[in-house]
Design a protein around this ligand. Structure first.
Ligand SMILES: Nc1ncnc2c1ncn2[C@@H]1O[C@H](COP(=O)(O)OP(=O)(O)OP(=O)(O)O)[C@@H](O)[C@H]1O
Ligand SMILES: [Mg+2]
Length: 1053
């Protein structure tokens, strides 16, 4: 409740004592309305619960809700039935004091529902065991049975309880329900024979007809159709859409077996139910004397069988009246009206007594099996009719309102008493409260001799309303009855000024209902019944008892006074039920109707008594706990006594002297506004506290998160470090092992392959091969080659060859025909001159050109003279005369068949290749050469001495053209040659610093060869041969390589 104090503006206050304007009925109803609209159907008046019937299922009765209210202080949770139930239960357990919960309200206000919900609450929340479960089941299942027999559809409620019920639940020392007991009050028996329009008889009749099996109905002599039974159709609504009789029948049958009814009991019970229906069908006709005669013999047969009586006796009993006067039995016949009355009286009596028997039977099944063994405590639930005021108020209303008057008296007494006791125990001066003391009305009803009930008892059974003069007389003289009141009453009326308002009663039918007369011979018949239930219901002692039986009002008065005693011995809690509308509609709040109930339930009076002193009281601990944050001295912890803490707190809050009182254990606050101001201050304070708590919590949360992350990081780090360490260690270990194997391998390297050296040897091989892979020669000129380990020398050699072959092959694949021709010539040159002639090396890097003279350099006449011969090569040469060795410039032309020596336009000499017998050169670096010619030919002038700047090239081409490669002679010192006609010339070759060719004195031609090398003008090679990737260095290198090793190979390509 405390937590919802703040929501008061929207949903009203949860406790009416906190209403500022507590005397205003309008404010009271407005508060109810506000809450009702929000589906808040419960509100307190102090410890009294006001409940408004929602007429719809609300989600507030679940197990979770029950748990929420279990063991929780009353004011900590919102108002609820469960809070009342739990509070009573806890008081019962902790103080071991019997409790009772009084539930009152108009018909249809929700009393029975409330009772059932409270029982369910106990069934769920109380400790359980097998035995207890059975009791719980029986307590719960007694309801459907009692409702079937005691409830009926009325205009106000489809399931209206037509009896008052007080149910005790016994709890053992553990707080488990172990037994129960039910007291019933004033069953509305008249309903058995008559119902108002729109109403029905008790449910059981309809349930039996609708749900009963064919066989059962046959045994009972019943038909399914309720229209066959006059007792069931007086209200013209035997079937109602909102009631499912068939289903309810199943529930009742099941419940009967749970509450210990065996098949025979059920059969006997239903026989009585059926017999009532058959009684209703008994018809009479008048004979000649006007006496009634039974015309429905068939019904008598059924009745005889069902009630276990002699048919003829029953028939006679129904149409006769037996009186015992002065010890003599007088039997007189009944007229039609009297017979119908007797029949109805029998039906009512049988049903009424069976109902009481049923309650007793249920009580037996609920009774605690070990009384006195262990002490039990009791919690009573009173579900009793509320104050009733109708247009026409009869005997029933009189009893009901009398009952409510008594309950109100009890309530006022107990409330005031408990208030007073609380004030006293708290040491606070009691200020007397003004309230309407209804003792005067109670006395008026129940006082011995003078009370209305006594007057009714004294009235003769046969008296009609008019003879109730003494009542009339008495009431008119009552001190509350003024002149005006008296004048407004009718002749057969009296008016009582109840605490809830005035009610005018009509005395018509009062005495009949009060006397509840059943003729003696019918009683006798029933006493002889073989139906065990009927037999128990009608005791023989009744017949012999001379005393007049107690009238209904007296019985009621007595049972009420017993009830009051029971209730007085217990600590009461109250539930006041309100019905929001007459149309059983959800959400409809009819103010007029509610105002009426607020009045008749005496709620304003309740509130006034409760608010007489202080609106609010709380134990110091609780008050301090809630509000301590409002005062720096009490926040966050107050070390001293709670009393002192509260004193400091209220002083700090500025409470005025008249606003509160300090009791021994509680603080009492007089006005709600003081409490609300405190509550508002708390609401503001909560904001700042919430911020602080949030900050603290966030800090804490973040710290925790950080710690968690740190912990995780450390775990990961350590794991990772461990992993790294392990890896490093493994690596080191591996390294050590490898090194060790290496050292061992090294030591054993020269041994045959064995375990000690195999790794080393493999590694050496591997690393050699790997290094070879990385350092392979890039081209044929690259002579580098990694040094192989001894064991791989042979393989290395093979690989080297393969590699070289591969490179050569690749190179060769790339060369073009021109270059191949060049290389061919170079190879031939090499064959001829290498290591034989000194100036050969200089020729190697020089490209051999196709020709040294272009077409234009050769005279046209020469070309003409050559005819079909094509010039393959031309070069300027110097010819030395054979005789004087005079040097003459000539051109040397090579064709496919001959060598031509040409002087300008004249071919000076033609030497056919066939006549060319040889070519001689010196081994020195001169460029002189001699062409030896066959001399037998006269046309030939003898050998020719020539000099060419490109001697190597010229001679190579010539040797190739003339196919005289093997005929090139390289001479040391001198060359002999023929001059013609058998004469011989000699050329002497010597080395010197300068080239010199001259005729010596001895007639020889002396040639002093200069330093080796080409003349400077010839050093830059001509490049009209367009070799795309040819370079001089490459050629040089290639030629040297060719010289070295692969000449044969190239030659073969
Ligand atoms: N808390 C509730 N939630 C939902 N519906 C309810 C509640 N209380 C009562 N009702 C509805 O109101 C109807 C009447 O309730 P109930 O039988 O308890 O009234 P009553 O006060 O016992 O009336 P009577 O005096 O005629 O026996 C119920 O059948 C049910 O439909
Ligand atoms: Mg009821």
């Amino acid at each position: 409740m405390e937590s919802a104090l703040t929501a008061r503006d929207r949903v009203g206050v949860q406790d009416f004592v906190l209403l500022e304007n507590f005397t205003s009925e309008a404010a009271f109803i407005e508060n109810l309305r506000k809450r009702f609209k929000e589906n808040l159907i419960y509100t307190y008046i102090g410890s009294v619960l006001v409940s408004v019937n929602p007429y719809k299922e609300l989600e507030i009765y679940s197990k979770q809700h029950m748990e929420r209210y279990r063991g929780v202080s009353f004011y900590e949770v919102s108002p609820h039935l469960y809070a009342i139930a739990d509070n009573s239960y806890r008081s019962l357990r902790t103080e071991r004091k019997d409790q009772c919960i009084l539930i009152s309200g108009e018909s249809g206000a929700g009393k029975t529902e409330a009772t059932k919900k409270i029982l369910q609450y106990y069934a769920v929340t109380c400790p359980a065991s097998d035995q207890v479960e059975m009791v719980k089941d029986r307590l719960l299942q007694s309801n459907p049975v009692l409702e079937a027999f005691g409830n009926a559809k009325t205009l106000r409620n489809d399931n209206s309880s037509r009896f008052g019920k007080y149910m005790d639940v016994q709890f053992d020392y553990r707080g488990a329900p172990v037994g129960g007991h039910i007291l019933n009050y004033l069953l509305e028996k008249s309903r058995v024979v008559h119902q108002n329009h729109g109403e029905r008889n008790f449910h059981i009749f309809y349930q039996l007809l609708d749900g009963g099996e064919e066989e059962l109905l046959r045994r009972l002599g019943l038909e399914k159709n309720p229209q066959q039974y006059p007792y069931l159709v007086k209200g013209h609504c035997a079937r109602v859409s909102s009631i499912n009789d068939k289903n309810d029948w199943k529930v009742v049958r099941k419940a009967l077996s749970i509450i210990n009814f065996n098949d025979n009991d059920v059969e006997d019970l239903l026989s009585i139910v059926a017999s009532v229906l058959h009684l209703g069908n008994v018809q009479f006709a008048a004979d000649e004397q006007g006496n009634a005669q039974v015309t429905t013999e068939n019904q008598i047969k059924y009745l005889a069988r069902l009630l276990g009586v002699e048919g003829s006796i029953l028939r006679e009993a129904l149409i006769h009246k037996k009186i015992i006067a002065k010890g003599e039995e007088l039997v007189s016949p009944l007229n039609l009206e009297q017979a119908a009355y007797a029949r109805d009286a029998l039906a009512k009596a049988v049903y009424g007594r069976t109902f009481s028997w049923l309650v007793n039977k249920i009580n037996k099944s609920l009774s605690y099996k070990f009384p006195g063994w262990r002490s039990t405590t009791v919690l009573g639930l009173l579900d009793i009719y509320g104050f009733e005021v109708f247009q026409h108020n009869s005997f029933e209303q009189f009893c009901i309102n009398y009952c409510n008057e008594k309950l109100q008296q009890l309530f006022i007494e107990l409330t005031l008493k408990s208030e007073q006791e609380e004030y006293e125990s708290e040491g606070i001066a009691w200020e007397p409260v003004q309230y309407f003391d209804n003792k005067i009305i109670c006395d008026l009803v129940e006082e011995k001799f003078k009370g209305i009930i006594s007057i009714l008892v004294r009235a003769l059974p046969k008296a009609n309303s008019v003879s109730l003069q003494s009542l009339d007389f008495f009431l008119h003289r009552h001190k509350l009855a003024d002149q005006k009141t008296r004048k407004s009453l009718g002749r057969e009326e009296f008016r009582l000024l109840h605490y809830a308002g005035e009610v005018t009663y009509s005395v018509s039918g009062f005495l009949d209902k009060n006397n509840d007369l059943l003729f003696r011979n019918l009683k006798e018949t029933m006493c002889n019944s073989e139906n065990p239930i009927v037999n128990q219901c009608f005791e023989r002692t009744e017949l012999t008892d001379k005393k007049r039986p107690e009238t209904a009002a007296t019985q009621f008065k007595n049972s009420l006074s017993k009830l009051m005693e029971i209730l007085m011995s217990k600590e009461p809690s109250y539930i006041r039920c309100i019905k929001p509308n007459d149309s059983k509609q959800a959400g409809k709040f009819v103010e007029v109707l509610i105002r009426h109930q607020v009045k008749y339930l005496g709620l304003m009076e309740n509130l006034r008594v409760r608010r007489a002193g202080f609106a609010y009281r709380r134990k110091y601990e609780v008050f301090l706990q809630r509000y301590k944050s409002l005062c720096p001295e009490t926040w966050p912890v107050w070390d001293g006594r709670p009393h002192d803490g509260v004193a400091v707190l209220v002083k700090y809050l500025g409470y005025k002297q008249e606003e509160y009182k300090m009791g021994r254990t509680k603080i009492f606050i007089r006005f709600p506004k003081t409490l609300f101001a405190t509550e508002d201050a708390l609401e503001i304070r909560k904001q700042s506290l919430a911020t602080k708590i949030q900050a603290a919590w966030r800090g804490f949360h973040q710290r925790q998160k950080f710690q968690h992350m740190k912990h995780s990081a450390i775990t990961i780090q350590s794991w990772w470090r461990g992993t790294l360490g392990r890896r490093k260690a493994a690596k080191k270990k591996w390294a050590v092992e490898t090194i060790r194997r290496f050292i061992k391998g090294f030591i054993y390297r020269n041994y045959p392959r064995c375990a000690e050296n195999e790794y080393f040897l493999d590694y050496i091989r591997y690393s050699f091969l790997m290094s070879l892979k990385r350092n392979l020669p890039r081209n044929v000129l690259d002579k580098s080659w990694p040094t192989p380990p001894p064991s791989l020398c042979e393989a290395s050699q093979l690989l080297r060859q393969l590699c070289m072959q591969n490179m050569v092959w690749r190179y060769c694949k790339r060369i073009n025909p021109e270059w191949k021709q060049q290389l061919d010539q170079k190879v031939i040159a090499s064959e001829i001159f290498k290591d034989k002639k000194d100036n050969y090396p200089q020729s190697v890097p020089r490209l051999f050109l196709d020709t040294r003279l272009v077409h234009e350099d050769i005279n046209a006449k020469v070309l003409q003279a050559l005819g079909s011969e094509t010039i393959k090569y031309a070069v300027p040469v110097i010819k030395y005369d054979r005789k004087g060795y005079k040097a003459r410039a000539r051109q040397l032309l090579l064709t496919q068949t001959a060598v031509f020596i040409v002087e300008e336009a004249k071919i000076k000499q033609r030497i056919d290749y066939a006549n060319l017998t040889g070519i001689s050169v010196s081994s020195l670096s001169d460029n002189l050469f001699v062409l030896h010619v066959h001399c037998e030919d006269n046309k030939q002038k003898g050998d020719v001495v020539l000099q060419s700047d490109h001697a190597i090239e010229t001679l190579t081409k010539m040797a190739m053209s003339a196919d005289k490669v093997d005929n090139v002679n390289i001479n040391q010192g001198s060359i002999k040659f023929t001059v013609g006609q058998g004469k011989e010339g000699i050329i002497d070759f010597t080395s010197g610093s300068e080239l010199l060719i001259a005729k010596a004195k001895n007639g020889h031609l002396t040639v002093v060869s200069g330093p080796s090398g080409f003349p400077p003008h010839l050093c830059s090679p001509s490049s009209h041969l367009q070799a795309q990737d040819c370079s001089v260095s490459c050629v040089t290198a290639l030629s040297s390589w060719i010289q070295n090793s692969y000449i044969t190979f190239i030659g073969s390509i």
